[in-house]
Ligand binder design. Structure first.
Ligand SMILES: [Fe+2]
Ligand SMILES: [Fe+2]
Length: 172
């Protein structure tokens, strides 16, 4: 697995969002083929990747944002990011719990899959909203306000932290 690592500015972190979206699509294809174990494996990978991405944002980016961006733009309040992170994490763990209960004998499995995909729609809407908020406010304002050297240091640290995940991911 190759995690994006060529971040030159905070807006480049959108590449990570796209990366997660792609794994999510692959997982949907697994579900369409009723390969539930494969879908769960991908959701667990997403869970690990998202967990790290959220920690990067909450531990590294949001403190810089609070310190250097003033006034915080309307629609870019810190609590919005944190609240949406919690919702996103919750969705993924609910998906894993739900699909884990399915096997070849599950009743009305086709209907269950349609229902799951309806919930996926809500999840995707939330993620799209969140990613747009970060693109418009968090990443964009940090790019404007943080000087080059500090930006490079933080982005390098994010890549380092991501790379440490690889062992964990290969174990799945
Ligand atoms: Fe986020
Ligand atoms: Fe993000």
């Amino acid at each position: 697995m190759k995690i994006p690592d060529n971040y030159h500015r905070f807006l480049d972190l959108n590449k990570f969002h796209v990366f997660i979206d792609r794994i999510f699509f692959q997982q949907q294809i697994d579900i369409m083929h009723k390969n539930f174990d494969a879908a769960i494996d991908k959701l667990k990978i997403i869970q690990i990747l998202l967990d790290q991405h959220i920690r990067d944002e909450e531990e590294l980016l949001l403190p810089l944002y609070t310190k250097f961006v003033s006034p915080i733009p309307l629609g870019g309040a810190v609590e919005f990011y944190i609240r949406e992170h919690k919702q996103i994490v919750r969705y993924i763990s609910d998906f894993i719990d739900k699909i884990s209960m399915w096997d070849g004998n599950t009743k009305n499995i086709d209907l269950e899959i349609v229902r799951l995909f309806d919930t996926y729609y809500k999840f995707k809407h939330l993620v799209e909203h969140h990613d747009t908020r970060e693109d418009t406010f968090l990443y964009r304002y940090l790019d404007k306000m943080i000087e080059k050297k500090q930006k490079r240091d933080v982005l390098n640290l994010i890549v380092e932290r991501q790379n440490r995940l690889l062992d964990q991911l290969n174990g799945i």
